[in-house]
Design a protein around this ligand. Structure first.
Ligand code: ATP
Ligand code: MN
Length: 465
């Protein structure tokens, strides 16, 4: 039986080479049984589309056929033929079937269709078997691949910043501590504080909230680098746009000023969305039909036009004059909330927006100070439905200015000498940004909750499986 190798359904469905023996393996989506013939819709995860398997009941063991129910896993050997049914491509006429695994109809959670996304989150170990999550995770894969391709084609190097970090001043949010000391009864030092000299690393450590600071070291040696890895934030933000564990892409480029940084961000987002439109058409069509009727037109819209570029100060004026009622107050010096960002993008400009030159007080210490002494060369890219998708800046490359700013905000310098050395030795203008991978996937798939675009979501109070 093992003479022919398994072929992926995505390939078979596109095949014109029929009237030959094929092997397919996959999970049963549905089975329809007639008097003498049964039809299985089989899916192997390679495509949103199922292949139809035609089974002549007389040729098979009755008991085995009965056990082929929704969710069961089978190997089918058969003949690939042009399908009789209208609008169908090919189907497989089964000559041999091996039932790898049954799925008891009484207990299999996906026996019926039409579960809510909330319910499926409770069974995250099974939800990749649904059409929706198959589509989302294939798109997620395609975007990861396209990110590497985008940067590789431009001569960027993939740089691995650490997951466990000794620096606790990345400034991007609350951190998860990493320790091997016992939670209760940690050893104490003479001052009565936890004695970290006895900890695994001999000092306190955390999970990284951003690979940027270490990324800068790479850029100031290799020229153009990017990171692409998990980041962790222990903030208690229970929103549809925040995860406690999420993936970030952080390019960092020597010799880029803020305008170059904006160009790169815009080019990258357009490249990725174009890639999805060209390579994930079936999955996007499914997601559009099921969840978001405007999906492809929104994606095409972003690719077609230029992003609107303006300063934070100009944006605040627009918001103040808008006559809109916002939940959070608008005013120069306040951080923009997602409702403000979305107003600018969706109502006012009708296209993605890049805001620059934020008040220094609401941005991190490493952003380059403008001549006005009040604003910094930060940039946020704002997207429809999402709000902030990218945050970045030109970095402060002047040692004295950087030290002054760190003093001002109280960032301890003793722990940061490794970072300051980039300014001490061979400093240069440089820039970078962080793209939240799941925010990108939200945008590309049209899903609305970030928990639904990562296989195993971690959020406050929830780390199942
Ligand atoms: P926000 O204001 O939306 O909380 P932020 O300004 O704290 O984001 P940055 O530190 O600028 O985020 O991180 C860079 C990018 O990482 C953001 O633009 C966003 O796309 C993504 N990001 C940040 N926090 C999260 C999170 N908790 N979950 C998922 N993605 C995130
Ligand atoms: Mn940000």
């Amino acid at each position: 039986m093992e003479t022919t190798k398994r072929e992926k359904i995505v390939k078979l469905l596109a095949s014109t080479d029929v009237e030959r023996e094929v092997v397919v393996k996959g999970w049963v989506r549905t089975k329809r049984s007639g008097k003498s013939v049964s039809f299985i819709a089989l899916n192997d995860g390679s495509t949103i589309n199922n292949i139809q398997v035609v089974i002549e009941s007389d040729n098979f063991d009755e008991e085995m056929l009965k056990n082929i129910t929704t969710g069961a896993c089978v190997k089918v050997v058969g003949k690939l033929v042009q399908s009789q049914g209208a609008g169908q491509g090919v189907e497989v006429q089964a000559t041999a079937i091996e039932l790898y695994g049954t799925a008891d109809a009484e207990t299999y959670p996906l026996q019926k269709k039409g579960h809510t996304l909330e319910f499926l989150r409770e069974i995250a170990h099974l939800r990749p078997r649904t059409n929706t999550f198959g589509a989302v995770f294939r798109v997620r894969h395609a975007m990861a691949y396209a990110i590497h391709k985008f940067f590789n084609d431009r001569g960027f190097y993939y740089w691995h910043s650490p997951i466990v970090t000794a620096s606790d001043c990345e400034g991007a949010g609350a951190m998860f501590q990493v320790t091997t000391l016992p939670v209760g009864g940690a050893p104490l030092n003479e001052e009565g504080a936890v004695d970290y000299s006895q900890d695994f690393f001999g000092r306190p450590t955390n999970l990284t909230v951003s690979g940027q600071l270490e990324g800068e070291l790479g850029a100031m040696a290799l020229g153009e680098i990017y990171t692409f890895g998990p980041t962790f934030r222990a903030e208690n933000s229970n929103t549809p746009r925040h995860l406690a564990e999420f993936w970030m892409i952080e390019p960092e480029m020597a010799f880029y000023e803020i305008a170059d940084n904006m160009d790169l961000a815009e080019d990258m987002l357009k490249y990725l969305i174009t890639y999805a439109l060209e390579n994930c058409a079936d999955d996007l069509a499914f997601l559009e039909k099921m969840y978001d009727k405007e999906l492809t037109s929104r994606l095409k819209g972003v690719v077609a036009g230029n992003f609107e570029r303006l300063t934070y100060t100009e944006a605040v004026e627009i918001l103040e004059k808008s006559g809109q009622k916002f939940e959070f107050p608008v005013g120069w010096g306040n951080d923009l909330q997602s409702e403000h960002e979305r107003y600018l993008v969706e109502q006012h400009f009708g296209r993605p927006v890049i805001l620059t030159d934020y008040p220094k007080e609401i941005k991190s210490f490493y952003m380059k100070l403008n001549e006005d002494g009040k604003t910094v060369r930060g940039m946020d890219v704002l997207f429809p439905k999402i709000g902030e998708i990218i945050g970045g800046s030109e970095r402060e490359s002047d040692l004295d200015k950087l030290l002054a700013r760190m003093d001002e905000i109280g960032v301890p310098q003793r722990e940061m000498q490794w970072y300051l050395d980039t300014r001490r030795f061979g400093t240069a203008p440089h820039s970078g940004f962080g793209l939240g991978f799941e925010r990108l996937i939200l945008f590309v798939t049209g899903m609305t909750n970030i928990r639904d675009v990562i296989p195993f979501p971690r959020t406050p109070g929830s780390a199942n499986f």
